[in-house]
Design a protein around this ligand. Sequence first.
Ligand code: AGP
Length: 620
Amino acid sequence: MCGIIGYIGRQKAPQILIEGLKRLEYRGYDSAGLAVVDNNNRENKINCVKVVGKVKGLEPLVSEQVLNGSLGIAHTRWATHGAPTEINAHPHCDCKKRIYVAHNGIIENYAALKSKLEQEGHKFQSETDTEVLPHLIEKFFRDCSLEEAVARALTLVEGTYGIAVICEHEPRKLVAARCGSPLVLGLGNKEYIIASDVSAILRHTRQVIYLDDGEMAILTSDDFNVVDVESAMRGETTKQIYKQIQEIEWDIKQAQKEGYPHFMLKEINEQDEVVRNALRGRLLMEEGTAKLGGLENVEDKLRGIKRMVIAACGTAYYAGLIAEYMFSEFAGLLTKTEIASEFRYRHPILDEQTALLNISQSGETADTLAALREAKRKGILSLGIVNVVGSTIARETDAGVYNHAGPEIGVASTKAFISQLTVLSLLTLFLGRQRNMPATEGKNLAEELNLIPEKIAQILKQQKYIKKIAQQYAGYEHALYLGRKYNYPVALEGALKLKEISYIHAEGYAAGEMKHGPIALVDKNLFSVFIAPYDTVYEKIISNMQEIKARGGKIIAIATEGNKDIKKIADDVIYIPPAPEMLSPLLTTVPLQLFAYYAAAERGCPIDQPRNLAKSVTVE
Ligand code: AGP
């Protein structure tokens, strides 16, 4: 998704803006630009440079044009309307090049706004939806403040935005506003930074304020105000909104690679610690239950629900599919997991005995957020399992549980998934013990959960071995991932990991479905991965493996330590420690992540920023 950063203070803005954009690169983009108010120019002229491709392409342009000034905005664009070209890159300006806007989001009614503005004589340069904003501001910027003009413009906008605005008329002011696309304000010493997320801010300050939808921040080099857009539109910018200042725990190092070649590999190797962090203070071993502080205010409501609907996207959706098995089997709770982008268009049946659970690493995924808002419109209890503190989904759900997994920078989600499964296991324990799960079963599950971090650490010690296997299969163009029961969603997740970073075509399938079609794919260009730990469906999966073996298909198996027989069927075996069936995905997933990583590395793929993908999909 797009990245925004704005700076006002006493330092040179261009350097700060470029460094901040580099910290936002992981969000995925195809062009970049910045605009700076030239304080040495009598008219406070704004200089703007843009580039297609990487942020570093801005550096020579900044030095050539000797951009200086201590107020500016910058942007990395992930194209939604209009091709990735220089003219479509942000910031965009009005007719007289005096007002500049950087925008993240989609203006759904831009075509109507654009044609009306053109009829009024405005001249457009780009194909983007964003460009209507500076022209609207220009139209309203008469005998009023910049913030009033921005607010008047925004009240005409339908869609989502996170914007930063500067103008020549008020050369010591930066206005930012959000509706649907995240913005966070970093508070420095007489300097302020507005950005899409904290990674662009951490180098300067850890004191931050998260803007909520409908809010506007008015920044000057002396002070800042947060008001709502409606009040700003009426010129009531003294009606400040109190915002809690949050201390960001993540230091800049956490958001760096710490010596690993890629964020993804670093994040895979953090997973034993990630499980410890998710469990910390939440396992009540004696009572055999879980303590989830973020759910305390809805504990009684949760006791009363008869049905849970889970809505999520991508990897988070696969975590939800595993939770469907967990909640049904161990909490006796009827559960349905939905693809969020489908959920809201299929007239979901939601009543007062239903709760909605959103799972989202970023807490900003548009489809997941839309599903949440649809459920809230029907008044049902909404819960979130989210990693990014203060993100929109985290703030809009009635209650929730943070992952505490630290920043996940790699576009391919790994540690967030393992953390989600950990929190979902805790939630299963919590819900089960609210219902019919006996204390003994709860205690056993709690003890087994506590053993998971060490078991993951054992698997991580096999990286060299897994790398060797991955290198043997990196040349294939097709793969089939097969699993049953708790490991069927793991097959989906393993296939997603492989396809999204190595571009090998991979499909995840319920192993029992093989003979209903996929087995026709078995040939020398395809290999199969079977997730086959010792569990209640082990014998079934072995017979599926035999069917592929009999047709000469290459097989990799994920199996439980000590299982020697499986070597007679599989060409390669990766062993994992034993674990209860419900917790096995926490272990079976790890070799699949490493396999995908090393296959992609062997193919020379840009692992942290795969083509066409973004870390957080904040547009529908
Ligand atoms: C997974 O590797 C992908 N990056 C993607 O499917 C991701 O899981 C999905 O977009 C959901 O993101 P969220 O967890 O931030 O909502």
